[in-house]
Design a protein around this ligand. Structure first.
Ligand code: OFO
Length: 172
């Protein structure tokens, strides 16, 4: 594997782990506010981010590449309003999309078709995650300022369940 592509993939393991930590921090914020549904939503999101990290970890090992684990940063955002984590999550997903596109572009440059194919799943996933994050902001703006609307939205988010994704189960 091209060294730059390997390095970018290796870094992305750390970025996905950080994403998990960031979302767990958001779950933590909503837990303290008594919004168990919002908290559940971000807890599931955190677990999915761990899967994203593990899939890259296994992809590198399966291709006989070295993996180096770095420190995961502290989530240091301060949230005040209930909508703050939702806005931060959307901005974060847009940032992660850029990271994935950068790796994709590098893999294409060196004709690493296997990595390009592997990353296709991530490209699609980012599209879905940006949409989910943006839809959530819209719903919060529409209903979240009314206590009854907020209660119903919290119930909707409580229904999100976690399903593990692995290299074996990822599909486009
Ligand atoms: Fe890793 O899925 Fe978005 O960030």
């Amino acid at each position: 594997m091209n060294e730059k592509v390997r390095e970018l993939l290796n870094d992305q393991i750390n970025k996905e782990m950080y994403s998990a930590y960031l979302y767990l921090d958001m779950a933590n914020f909503y837990n303290d506010k008594g919004l168990d549904g919002f908290s559940n939503w971000y807890e599931v999101q955190a677990k999915e981010e761990m899967d994203h990290a593990m899939m890259i970890y296994h992809y590198l090992h399966d291709n006989n590449q070295k993996v180096t684990l770095e420190a995961v940063g502290k989530p240091d955002k301060v949230y005040e309003e209930l909508i703050d984590p939702l806005n931060a999550a959307y901005a974060h997903e847009q940032y992660v999309t850029e990271l994935i596109h950068t790796i994709y572009g590098e893999a294409q440059k060196v004709n690493d078709f296997r990595t390009v194919q592997f990353l296709d799943w991530y490209v699609k996933e980012q599209g879905e995650e940006e949409k989910n994050a943006s839809d959530l902001i819209t719903k919060m703006e529409l209903f979240g300022t009314d206590p009854r609307g907020l209660y119903l939205l919290d119930q909707e988010l409580a229904a999100r369940t976690y399903t593990e994704t692995t290299l074996a189960t990822m599909s486009l």
